[in-house]
Design a protein around this ligand. Structure first.
Ligand code: SF4
Length: 479
């Protein structure tokens, strides 16, 4: 499909919306390309924009008179484009309307904080962004819940610590994270931890006057580390950071095939309070297809081991829209998960990321069902509410199956606070490890800035001083 613009104004958002209607399409910006379908955006002058969408058998056109305020002008263009694309696709409705951002809950949060009523927050989503009634209700209720939970965090005085372990047993089909097969680095894990400790030490010293609120081990798969390596890393944190105010310490077990009794025992020697054991699906044929290389039985065993080890908050991640799965498959997975009774469940809609094998090899999977819908998400919600789990955070990604969302559910009092902090961007996050991104939240100006560590493990280890310098610049350049 052609995408021709005479000015790149709002291009990022326009592409996002186009991708939401045409998830598998490539967009061609060559005006002489031979594609029958094309979107043409012409800014005629500062005040007017013509949107034209053409296929072999239809032409749709709208002129937008642009508001002088940039955000409103962008929303006008997106709304007009949404209507055109919806009409061109048999009145197709996207659940999140013209919203293309990944943090839709920020809108109702800001409205509520400004003193607007629940009805006004709902109306804002439905009228200005064409969000459906159900999704608007979901976003507002999550905003209300998050605001309540955030009351226990002093986000100005505190910070959170993210530690990335970029190794996994194998690479999943849909993976877009910083992850390398453990085999490749097995002999260099100690060296990686040396570099990580250097970065952590700098962080501990620079932030010793701030309160450490949450710690999160992500990746990758942190439990690819051996028990002694986990002990070494957790022990280093205990030795150098003040954990007396810690609200939560999460470790992503992630891949059940990386979890052992010995590793769980090692983690329990420290105040690790929340563990993820992520099945993604409880269907073996799908696990095999997506390259997880573990069994459904491994999930059950890892979960039981975690319970036995004494973890009282266990999260399980699931993905809806995996290739070849339909609603019945998802329902069967949900029934199994509900039987296990975890305290937290995160429902992801499959996102087809550019660098993931699923996208790079898309010709293989194009004919397989990759689907999600309001009905499936609703079924998941009902099953989880049946065991007392309620939605407490939400985010979206580009190219998500069915244009849905990722939702974290939790039993009251077990919510993952780090998840809210990172999604709503209300507290600074110090991130250490290959591929980790630190975020500085300035409470005086609401400005959010970031510093990224390199993803490549070798380059990260060789250039650890540079990673520290990036963080130093991010947090202290204006000191
Ligand atoms: S477990 Fe997660 S990080 Fe590791 S390969 Fe799979 S999707 Fe990527």
């Amino acid at each position: 499909m052609k995408l021709i613009m005479n000015d790149p104004l709002f291009e990022y958002d326009i592409r996002g919306l186009l991708m939401a209607f045409y998830p598998w399409q490539d967009f061609n910006t060559d005006p002489d390309a031979e594609d029958a379908e094309g979107l043409y955006i012409t800014y005629e002058n500062e005040k007017s924009c013509l949107i034209r969408f053409e296929t072999a058998d239809l032409i749709k056109e709208r002129r937008v008179f642009l508001d002088p305020e940039r955000t409103e002008a962008k929303n006008q263009v997106k709304r007009a484009l949404y209507h055109i694309l919806s009409e061109a696709n048999q009145d197709k409705i996207l659940p999140w309307g013209s919203l293309t951002g990944i943090r839709p809950v920020k809108l109702p949060m800001a409205d509520i904080q400004e003193g607007k009523s629940r009805e006004e927050a709902l109306r804002h989503l439905k009228t200005d962004y064409l969000v459906t009634e159900d999704k608007a209700e979901l976003a507002v209720s999550i905003a209300e819940r998050e605001l309540k939970l955030l009351k226990k965090v002093d986000t100005e005085k505190g910070y959170s610590l993210y530690i990335g372990i970029p190794f996994c047993p194998t690479t999943c089909l849909y993976c877009s994270f910083t992850s390398y097969p453990l085999k490749k680095y097995q002999d260099r894990v100690g060296e990686y931890l040396d570099a990580l400790e250097k970065e952590l030490l700098w962080t501990a010293e620079q932030f010793k006057d701030k309160r450490l609120d949450t710690v999160y081990f992500g990746g990758g798969t942190p439990t690819t580390l051996e028990a002694d390596e986990l002990r070494r890393l957790c022990g280093f944190i205990m030795e150098h950071f003040d954990v007396s105010h810690l609200l939560e310490w999460t470790v992503e077990g992630g891949r059940p095939d990386s979890i052992t009794e010995e590793k769980l025992k090692a983690l329990r020697e420290f105040p690790v309070s929340r563990l993820s054991v992520n099945p993604q699906t409880m269907h073996q044929k799908t696990l095999d297809l997506i390259g997880r290389r573990h069994t459904v039985e491994d999930v059950r065993k890892a979960y039981e081991m975690a319970r036995k080890a004494g973890f009282s908050v266990i999260n399980m991640d699931l993905i809806v829209g995996l290739p070849g799965e339909d609603e019945k498959d998802v329902e069967a997975t949900m029934d199994e998960i509900v039987r296990l009774r975890p305290e937290n469940v995160t429902i992801h809609s499959l996102a087809i990321k550019r660098a993931a094998r699923l996208n790079l090899e898309k010709s293989i999977y194009r004919d397989m069902r990759i689907q999600n819908s309001d009905d499936v998400m609703e079924m998941c919600r009902k099953k989880l509410e049946g065991i007392g789990l309620y939605p407490y955070y939400l985010y979206r990604q580009k190219n998500m199956a069915g244009n849905q969302e990722n939702v974290g559910y939790a039993k009251e009092g077990t919510e993952g606070i780090y998840n809210i902090l990172i999604m709503e961007e209300v507290e600074s996050i110090l991130a250490c490890g290959a591929g980790a991104t630190s975020k500085r939240v300035r409470h005086d100006s609401s400005l959010i800035t970031r510093a990224e560590n390199v993803k490549n493990v070798d380059i990260y280890m060789e250039n650890i001083d540079q990673m520290i310098e990036r963080k130093n610049k991010l947090f202290f350049e204006d000191r």
